[in-house]
Design a protein around this ligand. Sequence first.
Ligand code: 13P
Length: 250
Amino acid sequence: MKPLIAGNWKMHMTRSAARELATALVRSIPDPLEAADVALYPPFTCLSDVLGAVSDSEISVGAQNMHPQDQGAFTGEISPSMLLDVGATRVLCGHSERRQLFGESDDFVNQKVLAALGHDILPTLCVGETLAEREAGQTAAVVERQVRAGLAGVGADKTGEVTVAYEPVWAIGTGLTATPAQAGAVHAQIRALLQDLWAAAGETVRILYGGSVKPANARELLGVPHVNGALVGGASLSAPSFAGIIAATS
Ligand code: 13P
């Protein structure tokens, strides 16, 4: 399975800085991109600029969030058709920062996944336990609940469009990474859940690892069974470091 290396820029970058970063990245990665697929998730305000900067490359571009409805009285929200209108083809659903800081429920995250698929936007369902949940021995239960709820109603015919990202909350932005054994255990669990949901089609869904992925640890993490790519925050904000992670796939 070809790995996917995705950069989540979170709430960083002005439009000009975004153009510079995306342009530098295009220059820093192999053309053609043989060993990996690459995606960028800039803030909404930079989508158009980033799409322009990567238009001659194989990099795809998505949004960090989306409202499930197509239009309506939802002040401050962005709809699936608005994302398509700007040219975005992917979306992150249920990032832990959305769940923790903005109160997104499993059900709301599921509505986003279904809305994305309904519009041929490729969703990445993000799941992961907090430190308190891990210490209480609840990792497997939390991950199972988030995966089953987030993917409820998604048919096996849609598995080619879905990605799952496992991001242990305690490893995000902390410099702590899951050990290969910790990541491997959860990725194997998610793979089994996807097979339970979709039988053989569940084997083809990419499961990304996220949480302090850097050039220095990428090769080891990407070598873990069922780790099919990375969702990168901080290290995606510099072209050399994100390119270094992409290089770790070859
Ligand atoms: P960091 O790579 O900064 O830990 O962020 C991970 C993440 O949340 C990506 O979505």
